[in-house]
Design a protein around this ligand. Structure first.
Ligand SMILES: *Cc1c(COP(=O)(O)O)cnc(C)c1O
Length: 367
């Protein structure tokens, strides 16, 4: 038995008829950029997220970048980011010219700790970019409370991993000024390539982003800004429209797998994820924590079970961020997590035999 982290082949087989038809329709339409499928997908995704507007773009990092640009963030500004996240969150901030200011996570949820944010706010702090890490919604109400003291502070949620997740019963997508999504193939709503989008309830922001993603164009061959080229293809939009119809059923399957792990993994050598009452995660990842992480990973490898470390090096310790002078030891919670976390597969197309087998192997681990 080989247990794969992502079973793209099975997903394709499950939705093959619809995906193949979508492909053929785009191919024969002869229209490949910013056409009918992109427009329809944007409407359908906005409606799925209970947001007024959705603007698609080339990938998830551009979505965060475009959101920050539309909110007026630029050179010399400061933006609060989690110390424990994928580096794209930080790079999106840096690309605007702003400086990422890291805040440590709550050690239980691994998401940014709202209590630690206020101390890091200074004169030039313009925004916070919390992340719904592993698909677990961040505590957005506690983060938004800070706006009471700093009304001009903007919040952009990096929801790359939380497609379809809920916070206090509300779906992720209209809980902040702007929400940024990724449709990278491994994400819960994955394209057959790159893709991303933002959602917002503010028309002005949506308009700005839809110009900025397309050379700053507000009418054909007439640019208002020095924008970028970051568009979602018609083909990807057509595939995403098919997969969006199946997102809830795929997320339910992930949630079933996570529930099974939570109930049946009972090895004291590791800690299972903790889910706060306010969260219905999308279970993009099921992240366990253990001092013996590397040994557990080896055991899984020898039993042909995929697992991945998200993420092995926190952004502040990567060479790209040498200039921030944040040495080892400066963000200890993120650093410990990088040494102890391990993601188990929650792919919706894993079968019960595979999941049972995985649980047995994990439960047999001895330090
Ligand atoms: C995947 C991801 C991104 C970036 O998305 P891309 O589409 O790969 O650019 C950003 N933030 C987080 C937390 C992610 O997981």
């Amino acid at each position: 038995m080989l247990i794969k982290f992502n079973n793209f082949d099975r997903q394709y087989q499950a939705y093959k008829k619809e995906l193949d038809r979508a492909y053929e329709k785009v191919m024969t339409s002869g229209y490949y950029i910013l056409g009918e499928n992109v427009q329809k997908f944007e409407r359908e995704f906005a409606s799925y997220c209970h947001a007024e507007h959705c603007v698609s773009c080339g990938n998830g990092m551009d979505a965060i970048f475009l959101a920050l640009k539309a909110l007026g963030i630029g050179t010399g500004d400061k933006v609060i980011v989690p110390s424990n996240t994928y580096i794209a969150t930080w790079i999106a901030v840096s690309r605007t010219g702003a400086i990422p200011v890291p805040v440590e996570p709550n050690p239980d949820t691994h998401n940014i700790d709202p209590k630690l944010i206020q101390d890091r706010i200074g004169k030039r702090t313009k925004a916070v970019v919390p992340v719904d890490l592993y698909g677990q919604p961040c505590d957005i109400d506690s983060i938004a409370e800070i706006k009471g003291k700093y009304p001009s502070l903007k919040i952009v949620i990096d929801a790359a991993q939380s497609n379809g997740a809920k916070y206090k019963g509300k779906i992720v997508g209209s809980l902040a000024d702007v929400t940024a999504f990724s449709f990278y193939p491994t994400k819960n709503l994955g394209a057959i390539g790159d893709g991303g989008c933002i959602t917002t309830n503010e028309e002005e922001i949506a308009k700005n982003i839809s110009m900025f993603r397309n050379y700053g164009t507000f009418e054909k061959y007439n640019s208002r800004y020095i924008g970028i080229n970051s568009r979602l293809d018609e083909l990807q939009a057509a595939f995403l429209r098919v997969k969006l119809k199946h997102l809830d059923e795929m997320n339910k399957l992930r949630s079933k797998i996570a529930g099974y792990y939570l109930k049946n993994i009972n090895n004291k050598a590791l800690k299972l994820p903790s889910v706060p009452d306010f969260a219905e995660p999308s279970w993009h990842l099921f992240v366990i924590r253990s001092k013996y992480r590397d040994k557990i990973k080896e055991l899984l490898i020898s039993n042909h079970i995929d697992s991945i470390i998200h993420y092995p090096i926190p952004p502040h310790l990567q060479m790209a961020y040498d200039h921030l002078n944040l040495p080892a030891g400066s963000l200890p919670v993120a650093e410990v997590l990088a040494n102890e976390v391990l993601s188990l597969p929650t792919d919706p197309f894993l079968n019960s035999e595979e999941i049972n087998y995985l649980v047995d192997v994990v439960n047999k681990f001895k330090p």
